[in-house]
Design a protein. Sequence first.
Length: 387
Amino acid sequence: MEELKIRLSEFMSDRLYQIIISNPRNKEKASKVKVRPVLLKGKINFQETITRGTQVFHENFSKEEMQERIIQYMQEEFRQLEAMSMDGKLTALVSKKGRITVKCSRQSEAPKVLPDMSHNRTKQYLLQEGTPVPFLVDLGVQTREGLIVRSRYDKFKQINRYLEFVEDILPTLDKEETVHIIDFGCGKSYLTFALYYYLHELKGIDTMITGLDLKADVIEKCNRLAKNYGYEKLRFYQGDIRTFEGADQVDMVVSLHACDTATDYAIKKALDWNAKVLFAVPCCQHEVNRQIDSELLLPVLKYGLLKERLSAILTDAVRANLLEESGYDTQVLEFIDMEHTPKNILIRAVKKESSSPKRTSIEKLTEAVEVKTTLQKLFENEDRNSK
């Protein structure tokens, strides 16, 4: 450890970006430690951020104290260390026999960006911390002063992550006209309110959003809140995705936790309207799970959990490929878990300005595993009716 002590002493200065200590020997204890310099009352200290389970703890130490803690971590709890500074990179690996290997590489040219040594670094969210937003206050995410309630910080991050995805597609929307959005299966609608607030209040876009859900009490509450906030073009209706006929032209379709085949109906509605944008975060996918059958995949399908996950992946692959065939630039992205489901896949599809039909191999795949999804059937029905 003597070499590590010497190298650490060289790296731990105001030129340090961060130190990451990982690969715990006992996963039931701390899983990771991060160290970075902070400026407190004109003196350089080092902030330790330690992760234990789902909890994160912060504490500040002097250079000497922090060095001792790092050496102790590497002797007793962790096997890997990586330090990055303006001057270079330091790595340390501890073998199972306790032997430590230390490597140090120097930067030939120092980076131009100085380390951020502010004590409390604030991520630049689209919805700013410290600015009260009515629906976030009512949700209990913010205090009336705009501070984020610690226990609701995950919700705050989720909302902002969603809006970041929306921001990416803003150039696609015609902002000279009213942007019409349909939110199928809107539920409690905190993301619907966030979308309206972001587009209408922050971006100044003339936005009309229609939220649809099966629960009458939820719809009544959402309409009351929209009226209280003065959101004149945000309306909620009780109804079913499959039978909804309340719009002729829609720019964007959102379906964030529609169960099973409801996502397929939302996608088909978006295609029928020739919508410019679709966002879908599918929930449970039982349809394919009931059908899938393949001798080749039997080693996977005989395990219920693996069969469930494979069915979900296959279902979303069908959706993404059929959207591509319909002239959409389609991405399957990782999202933050929704409130009522651990599913974290977001399908984002943006209509291409000019495109010829694109054939994919998804039909061959579904035939091979004896699957026919609702979205495929809806496409086939349309083909038959057009003949």
